[in-house]
Design a binder for this molecule. Structure first.
Ligand code: HEC
Length: 511
């Protein structure tokens, strides 16, 4: 299983997503290790184990987003074919049977606990030294799958970064203050920074309000800083954002670990899922999701999305604020920038409950950030697929951007009743400038709800048929006087560009 997937990734993807491959590989889109299967298998931004339809590594292929056509050099291999795409699907499905390969769950001290740890240090320092003492913390990075080697690299990156804050500084020492060396202490004077320099740098540290408690309040007073401790990945990201390319090049000469600093910064900038979000707060994933269960309507869609997928950092910050009893509105301003208009098309779907009993009525909800045409497909425990939406009762499948849509709608003349025990999957696809995803054709005179047979086989056929259509193009003579008449076959819906096609999947249990 893994061998086939490896072959596909190596043929079609490595030239842009593998650093240090035989070819001059790169790290397009921040994916630098596509051939390290065990690593990508535990990256929730690429793979949801056992759920290919929710795994960007696979859905990117269904959307025909990769490899990007425009960047393909002549002679380079074309799009992966239906068999190759199926190999990726099967590999991800198979991973679901091996949860052992997933990340070990590690607990991480939350900001309040870190506040206590630094308080104990600053309380013992002479007042003047306390005012110059600052900390960087790496604890949350460890909870998110990083092994000891990676942690050592992050620690080194943080150390080098602090050393390089001031080019002239030579005598910078970072002192671990905990047994696991996850919180590092340093002296502003050694990096040549004033307290005011530091306050300016941390003015927009969005996680400052998360450090609560009496110990932290005293630590703030003793250090004279609103943010005496910051996360190392935020620090790296902020440094990258504030440092121009020239300055970075100059720093690269000093910092032998610039790629490490960049990797650390990516930890902050990249979208993340519930596991990371919870670790950053020192919560278990279950506790984090429980605290989001009654999220206000405005955040319902993203609170549901994070159960299954990674979300952009700004949205993550809003959810973390909600889970911590803070006001998400004010905080979001401080998150990484990006207006909603230039955010990519995104779709969330979720069942009204995470589990049902046989005989219950189910409602599904969908939310997209732009107007698009929604297809919802239900897959039963045996892999059989039925198009739940659109259907004869609700044939118009255009949903409004920014609004939650219930399916069935409030006045719809049909219901979904769950009939069998087991785990079911709900697939959603939303198209801008197209109506139905995956080459689905509907005939309501024959069926009120279109059945597609086995979902895996259906997708395979749909991809193979599309490839057959696009491969052979009859050549029409251009210059001849007589027009050659080509009988036109019924035209299938043209495929929409990848950026106009969002898709996802969720599962729920029936007991
Ligand atoms: C010609 C270079 C190139 C090739 C080949 C390529 N990619 Fe990409 N990929 C990119 C670039 C550039 C980005 C980031 C920008 C973007 O999303 O277009 C990216 C982004 C991605 C993303 C993140 C997309 C997202 O929506 O966040 C995934 C997943 C991905 N690629 C998977 C693959 C897979 C799987 C293959 C092989 C079938 C592949 N890529 C082949 C250049 C490439």
């Amino acid at each position: 299983m893994g061998a086939k997937a490896y072959a596909v990734l190596s043929t079609h993807c490595a030239r842009c997503h593998q650093v240090g491959s035989a070819q001059p590989g790169t790290s397009a889109g921040g994916i630098a290790n596509i051939l390290a299967l065990s690593e990508i298998a535990r990256d929730p931004a690429l793979v949801q184990r056992g759920l290919p339809d929710a795994s960007p590594l696979y859905t990117t292929l269904l959307r025909r987003a990769m490899p990007p056509d425009s960047r393909r050099e002549a002679g380079a291999p074309a799009m992966p074919n239906a068999d190759e795409i199926q190999a990726i699907r099967d590999w991800i499905t198979d991973l679901g049977a091996h949860p052992a390969g997933a990340c070990p769950v590690r607990s991480s001290p939350g900001p309040a606990r870190i506040g206590e740890v630094i308080y104990r240090v600053v309380a013992r320092l002479p007042a003047a030294v306390a005012r110059r003492t600052r900390f960087v913390s790496l604890t949350h990075l460890r909870a998110d799958c990083a092994d000891e080697t990676e942690m050592a690299q992050y620690r080194r990156a943080a150390t080098e970064l602090i050393k390089s804050l001031s080019p002239g500084a030579t005598d910078v020492r970072l002192l671990p203050i905990d047994p696991e060396e996850m919180v590092l202490q340093f002296d502003l004077e050694h990096v040549g920074w004033s307290q005011a320099d530091w306050e300016q740098f941390v003015a927009d540290y969005p996680y400052a309000p998360f450090y609560t408690g009496a110990a932290m309040a005293t630590a703030r007073t003793l250090t004279g800083s609103n943010a005496p401790v910051v996360r190392a990945d935020w620090l790296a990201n902020g440094w990258m954002a504030r440092t121009g390319a020239d300055q970075r090049a100059a720093a690269a000469a000093r910092l032998f670990g610039l790629p490490l600093v960049e990797a650390l910064a990516r930890q902050y900038a990249k979208p993340a899922g519930a596991g990371r979000a919870a670790a950053e707060l020192g919560l278990s994933v279950d506790e984090f999701l429980k605290r989001l269960a009654d999220a206000p309507a405005r955040w319902e869609a993203v609170a549901q999305k994070v159960r299954y997928r990674v979300v952009p950092r700004r949205e993550l910050l809003e959810l973390q604020a909600l889970a911590s009893g803070l006001d998400p509105e004010g905080l979001a301003q401080a998150g990484p920038a990006g207006s909603s208009a230039d955010r990519p098309l995104s779709l969330s779907i979720w069942p009204s409950k995470t589990s049902y009993r046989v005989g219950d009525l189910a409602t599904f909800r969908a939310h997209a950030n732009r107007d698009c045409h929604l297809t919802l497909v239900g897959i039963d425990k045996d892999g059989q697929a039925t198009v739940l939406f659109p259907n004869e009762f609700e044939p118009d499948n255009l949903i409004k951007g920014g609004q939650v849509r219930d399916i069935p709608g409030a006045d719809a003349l049909y219901q979904f009743r769950v009939e069998h025990r087991g785990r079911e999957t709900l697939i959603g696809a939303c198209l801008v400038g197209g109506r139905l995803a995956d080459g689905i054709a509907q005939d309501f005179e024959r069926q009120r709800f279109t059945t597609l047979g086995n979902w895996r086989a259906f997708l395979y056929r749909s991809l193979a048929e599309e490839a057959a259509r696009t491969a052979v193009k009859p050549e029409e003579p251009k210059r001849g006087r007589r027009r050659v008449r080509v009988r036109s076959a019924p035209k299938p819906e043209p495929r929409v560009p990848a950026e106009n096609h969002a898709r996802t999947a969720v599962t729920y249990d029936v007991q």
